[in-house]
Design a protein around this ligand. Structure first.
Ligand code: ARG
Ligand code: ZN
Length: 876
């Protein structure tokens, strides 16, 4: 059944305090709760029955003010337990029995590698006890944990440790108290045999905070990077947002089986091992950066999410969009800002644009959902972050900070809405964001059609901007958006000064060569005066808005941008556009005859040691197949793949010597560090290697073999392995074997081993993937393994997933049906590639559609899978 934002009502009851006692056992766990409840004075109806959420629970006892309720006094309907007559204020006691050992959904209380842990966001708490499991019910929690002290020496929950004692019969008991009222989704519990890495942080006001990272003993050597990232994040939030940590303890726990990246439970963050553990021998540069980003993200939630939380789940982007915006700014400050921006835009323009153009398209504040777990999406997170970023652009850094201070100050301890956030920004800045609010209510990617005309006589340059936004499910028509469009005009010798005619409300930056235009009408002209030469417009600088920009650039104009634009993002984007032209012409002519100017600019960039090596690597990489699938319609996966590969090969051929020189230049024997500079060099080196490998020359294969054999860091080893796996090198089987033998005891490395094979674009990969599913190291219960093998194959291996016989579609549908029973969240996520069926050629469409129908005809579909399948089959 569908839930609507417009049906929101304040809760009928409040829970002032929550006392929980867990007795963790090998067969079952008992949970006793005592809730201090009262009617909400703001509720519409003062005589309403009490309705508690609860799923898959065994109810042992239920009492009000100490009196057991008879069967006639309560009833159950769906996920609700209903008690008709309750006083205006009372104590509710309840005992439930759970079987965490059998909980494969990884939601609620479950076991992972011998330890107990929880995941309650969004609605997992109702799998632990009957409760008002909604984020606007906030309560002060006290938690007692009783467990066998040999098996579970470490017992953790939120807040401060109140007591810890040994009990008779080999058990121990600890009591935790969290002074901050919180919704149930931020509750956490951990019990296990865990080792710990300790550190401390002194806050800006001198509070000394104990930092602890709990892991399995064997992973103690992989915690340094997460700890450093945590301390950097704590300092950064003080310096940039004035936000200080508020308890004496901050815990991180790493678990193997986890549906997502991590969870910001108050003072007890629980992490997927893949987002905490890192060391050079086992972790790639991308892995190091992910750890830094996720550790910061979860830490930042302490303010943007926990101190100020969401009123209801339609407001999810309030905390996620804002927190992603914050973690992106942090990562940008820790590393290379342009590279971080290019990476984020790449994710947005592939995954998010595709989502926004597909059957599951939703505004960053959705109007309705069937299953909230399906809305932890790139739209809520990444587009949500872009929307906050646009507010930052429109207000400028000082007013934005004033706005965030006001937001935190005004709403500390409350559960609020996206509207409250925008209002705080408006109130603090005096800037009108009325029309801007359309970004919250409308789905779809706006398109900006821009053209430019230079008038030699009047020395004016006119930019004409037209905006539109395609229909999305339930939204046939869209109102115009308020779009900040950052622009510059590039002349022969660099940026020109900007004099705008008749535009008042635009924002100018430092030297008057960049302006942020306020685009707000369906069609609008911007006239620049005193323009002494015909310029090339540099548009959407820094990707100032999440839109599709169309400007009919000539090759010559793109070359000027790629060579001269001072905006790193636009320079890179020009390189992508030029690459796109080459690929399009390869598709049209079925041959890759590269334009000489394209080869020249790539050659010059490759030789330019003054450029950031990471940017050089990014500019040389052609637009990904996923990005091309957003631009070329209908999507002929195989045609696109062949054309792109032929352009890559032609480029490699033309620049063979330069690529080789670059490879040698980037090699180094220095000790590994995850610094922006080293990461950049490795990225360029491995980009060069992957080009050279396309040439199928022995000497280049030898290069990959020797890099594989001799490197001590995972970045270089895995890059070499990937090159070998995608080639016909004889050594490939042996390399895979050696790699497995070396790392079989490191699950995170074995995941990479699965993934590199799943992503191989050569024929026969489906067969390999099926075989690997019976490999002893594979485990369908572990989401990381499912993502590494099945997810990577279906989501990131276009040519093989779209094999013309439809075998891979059938394979995916089979896996979805299997996982539908054990882990619905993972099943519905895995399904996403099939839902994009409308984009492809008719024959593919038909095969994909048939598999979706097969899934839909399954009698016992979870709400997760049901929502995604049924919506993807509907017309819109
Ligand atoms: N709030 C978490 C984060 O973004 C995500 C957890 C959501 N988990 C889930 N199973 N839906 O950091
Ligand atoms: Zn988050």
């Amino acid at each position: 059944s569908t839930i609507f934002l417009s049906d929101y009502r304040v809760p009928d009851f409040l829970i002032d305090s929550t006392h929980l006692q867990f007795e963790l056992g090998e067969d079952s766990t008992s949970v006793c709760s005592v809730l201090a409840m009262r009617r909400n004075p703001d509720a519409a109806e003062q005589g309403a029955p009490l309705k508690l959420h609860g799923t898959e629970l065994e109810l042992i006892s239920l009492a009000i003010d100490g009196r057991q309720l008879s069967d006639a006094e309560w009833s159950q309907s769906g996920e609700e337990l209903i008690i008709d007559n309750v006083p205006s204020s009372f104590s509710l006691s309840c005992e439930t029995r759970l079987r965490p050992q059998e909980n494969t959904s990884l939601e609620g209380l479950y076991k992972s590698s011998g330890m107990f842990c929880t995941q309650c966001e969004a609605e997992g708490f109702r799998k632990i006890t009957y409760y008002l499991d909604r984020p606007d019910v906030m309560s002060v929690f006290t938690v007692e944990i009783i467990a066998d002290k040999e098996r579970y020496p470490v017992l953790l929950s939120n807040g401060n440790l109140m007591s810890s004692e040994e009990q008779a019969s080999g058990k121990s008991k600890t009591v935790w108290h969290d002074p901050f009222p919180k919704p149930a989704y931020l509750f956490a519990l951990v019990a296990g045999k865990l080792a710990v890495v300790d550190d401390q942080f002194v806050t800006m006001n001198g509070r000394c905070v104990d930092l602890k990272i709990y892991v399995e003993e064997k992973d103690l050597d992989k915690c340094d990077h997460a700890m450093l990232s945590l301390k950097n994040a704590m300092r950064w939030d003080e310096e940039v947002y004035g936000r200080e940590y508020d308890l004496d303890i901050f815990n991180i726990v790493a678990v193997d089986d986890f549906n997502m990246g991590a969870m910001e439970n108050k003072s007890l963050n629980i992490f997927n091992t893949s987002c905490v553990l890192a060391k050079p021998e086992t972790t790639t540069d991308a892995g190091f950066q992910r750890v830094e980003g996720v550790v910061a993200h979860e830490y930042f939630h302490n303010w943007s999410g926990n101190r100020v939380t969401c009123r209801d789940w339609f407001q999810l982007s309030l905390k996620e969009g804002f927190t992603v915006f914050r973690d992106a700014a942090f990562s940008s400050d820790m590393g290379s800002p342009t590279v971080k921006r290019v990476e984020d835009v790449t994710l947005l323009r592939t995954a998010q644009f595709a989502e926004d153009a597909g059957p599951m398209a939703h505004p960053i504040r959705p109007d309705s959902f069937i299953e909230i777990s399906n809305f932890y999406t790139v739209t809520i997170y990444e587009k949500g972050a872009e929307v906050v970023r646009m507010i930052h652009t429109l207000l400028g850094p000082e007013l934005f900070r004033k706005g965030s201070d006001l937001y935190f100050d005004r709403h500390d301890g409350q559960a609020v809405t996206c509207e409250d956030f925008v209002l705080a920004m408006e109130d603090a800045s005096g800037i009108d964001l009325q029309q801007f609010r359309n970004w919250y209510s409308q789905a779809g990617t706006p398109q900006l059609m821009v053209s430019g005309v230079y008038d030699e006589q009047t020395k004016t340059y006119t930019l004409s901007v037209k905006q539109s936004c395609p229909a999305t499910p339930g939204q046939p028509q869209k109102a115009p958006y308020h779009i900040p469009l950052a622009v510059a005009l590039i002349g022969e010798a660099g940026q020109l000064p900007l004099n705008l005619d008749g535009v008042e409300a635009d924002i100018e930056t430092a030297d008057n060569t960049e302006r942020v235009l306020n685009v707000s009408l369906a069609e609008q002209d911007f006239v620049f005066k005193d323009v002494e030469e015909e310029p090339v417009p540099s548009l959407l600088r820094g990707f100032s808005a999440p839109v599709k920009l169309v400007f009919d650039y000539s090759r010559a104009q793109l070359l000027r941008l790629m060579r001269n634009d001072s905006d790193g993002f636009c320079r890179w984007d020009a390189s992508q556009h030029l690459g796109l032209l080459e690929i399009k012409s390869a598709i049209a002519t079925q041959a890759a005859l590269l334009e000489p100017e394209y080869i020249d600019v790539c050659r010059d960039i490759l030789a330019d040691t003054s450029l950031d090596a990471a940017m050089v690597a990014l500019m040389l990489q052609l637009p990904s197949e996923a990005y091309l699938a957003e631009i070329i319609h209908p999507v002929d996966v195989h045609g696109i793949h062949l054309a792109r590969e032929s352009v890559r090969k032609a480029l490699a051929n033309a620049l063979k010597d330069e690529l080789m020189a670059c490879y040698s230049r980037c090699q180094s024997n220095e000790e590994y560090a995850a610094t922006a500079e080293q990461i950049a060099r490795r990225s360029l080196k491995n980009t060069a290697l992957s080009f050279l490998m396309l040439l199928q020359e022995d000497r280049f294969t030898q290069l990959a073999v020797s890099q594989f054999d001799t490197s001590s860091n995972m970045t270089d080893r895995l890059a070499a392995l990937s090159c070998l796996v995608n080639s016909d090198a004889e050594y490939k089987a042996e390399a895979l074997q050696l790699f497995y033998q070396q790392w079989q005891h490191e699950p995170l490395v074995i995941n990479q081993w699965f993934q590199v094979q799943a992503m191989c674009h050569l024929p026969g990969t489906l067969k390999t993937v099926k075989e690997l599913m019976s490999h002893p190291a594979f485990d369908i219960r572990n989401p990381n393994k499912v993502r590494a093998l099945i997810g990577a194959f279906c989501g990131q291996n276009g040519v093989n997933f779209h094999s013309e016989d439809g075998a891979a579609y059938r394979f995916l549908a089979d896996q979805v049906l299997l996982l539908n029973r054990s882990n619905p969240q993972i099943a519905s996520r895995l399904l996403v590639p099939l839902t994009k069926w409308r984009k492809y050629l008719p024959a593919a469409q038909k095969l994909m559609y048939a598999e979706l129908e097969r899934i839909l005809s399954e009698p016992e579909l979870s709400s997760d899978v049901y929502e995604v399948v049924s919506k993807s089959l509907q017309d819109y």
